[in-house]
Design a protein around this ligand. Structure first.
Ligand code: ADP
Ligand code: TRP
Length: 319
């Protein structure tokens, strides 16, 4: 089974990325051959500063490795190291109905938030479909917000298959249900573009400050608190043991503990959770050529498959 996913180097990785996409992607290394890439072509829709894009791309690679990605089990590479994917995106775009792209939430959401409505942003899902189809991927682990893009990929693959013969496998999304949407410090979906993130490798004091700034309701210290609606508890549940979760839920229901105290417990648990990853990250940073070697090896493997698939596609469509 071939498993593929990408992550945009549009900023610093946060715990929503970790629990929504990176952790499940890393766990899947046990189940098949993994292809994980840094979606730098996609990030060009929002990052148009060359130094920042280069720096972020490298940082995402380091962070992914630090979080447990094993470059021996699968390939880690930069999307732009396989430029054939843009050729496939063009071919796919010729069968993609405009209406399909017009229905995509992410374009509407991003332009509503002030991102320039570029053609690249509009056709973003077609490039994503090419990313997936060019490696004959079976499974795509992503957060819930990417589900629609996998549906577009399947629709486009079906159109190509109908027109040109069975060229592509239909990929399946894999969405973690217990971490579908990790809330940010304001209670909305955690996202780089909402300024509400808790970073995986943030500095200690900054991380504590972010956690202490989580928005809560105004229930007084003595009163019982609703565990169901609390982002503190939702985040705590991601990093604590079952027993710790039961204990904190009881403390919520009992009353007598303020939100500030719960936030301190959350910080302590979260900081501890990521300690081994921080140590691994320091190790990786101490070997400057390691990441380049990993990315070069990944690119080579990815190119091998992409070349084969593209020969098949070019022949089938008449190029
Ligand atoms: P952001 O919204 O911060 O820009 P991306 O769109 O780059 O994040 O997402 C990268 C991956 O992380 C995607 O698979 C996405 O679904 C997942 N992801 C991002 N934010 C969250 C979140 N708050 N909860 C769960 N998964 C998330
Ligand atoms: N669009 C994805 C995101 O913003 C990143 C991405 C690009 C991707 N190409 C992909 C994810 C292919 C999975 C498969 O998170």
């Amino acid at each position: 089974m071939r498993i593929l996913s990408g992550i945009q180097p549009s900023g610093v990785l946060h715990i929503g990325n970790y629990f929504g996409m990176m952790r499940p992607a890393i766990a899947l290394q046990e189940e098949g051959e993994t292809f994980y890439f840094i979606a730098d072509y996609h990030a060009l829709t929002s990052v148009q500063n060359p130094a920042a894009l280069r720096e972020n791309s490298r940082r995402v690679a380091v962070d992914f490795l630090a979080c447990g990605l094993d470059p021996e089990q699968g390939a880690l590479f930069r999307q732009s190291d396989v430029p054939q994917v843009t050729e496939l995106a063009w071919i796919l775009s010729t069968v993609t109905p405009m209406g399909l792209l017009e229905r995509c939430h992410s374009y509407k959401d991003k332009t509503a938030r002030g991102m320039p409505a570029s053609a690249g942003l509009f056709t973003y899902p077609v490039l994503m479909a090419a990313d997936i189809l060019i490696y004959d991927s079976d499974l795509v682990p992503v957060g819930k917000d990417q589900k629609q893009h996998i549906e577009v990929t399947r629709d486009v693959a079906i159109k190509i298959n109908e027109r040109f013969g069975d060229l592509f496998k239909l990929p399946e999304p894999r969405i973690q249900s217990n971490t579908e949407t990790v809330p940010g410090v304001d209670g909305q979906k955690m996202s780089k573009s909402y300024g509400n993130t808790i970073d995986i490798f943030g500095e200690e004091n900054e991380t504590r400050k972010r956690i202490m700034s989580i928005v809560t309701d105004s229930t007084p210290v003595e009163a019982p608190k609703n565990p169901e609606t609390s982002s503190i508890l939702q985040l705590y549940s991601l990093v604590a043991t079952e027993a710790e979760i039961v204990t904190i839920k009881q403390a919520f229901a009992r009353g007598g503990t303020g939100y500030g105290e719960f936030k301190k417990q959350l910080f302590a648990r979260l900081w501890e959770y990521f300690a081994p990853m921080r140590a691994r990250r320091a190790e990786i940073m101490g070997q400057p050529t390691y990441v380049d070697e990993v990315l070069a090896r990944g690119a080579e493997r990815a190119n091998g498959i992409a070349d084969d698939v593209m020969s098949r596609v070019r022949a089938a469509v008449g190029l």
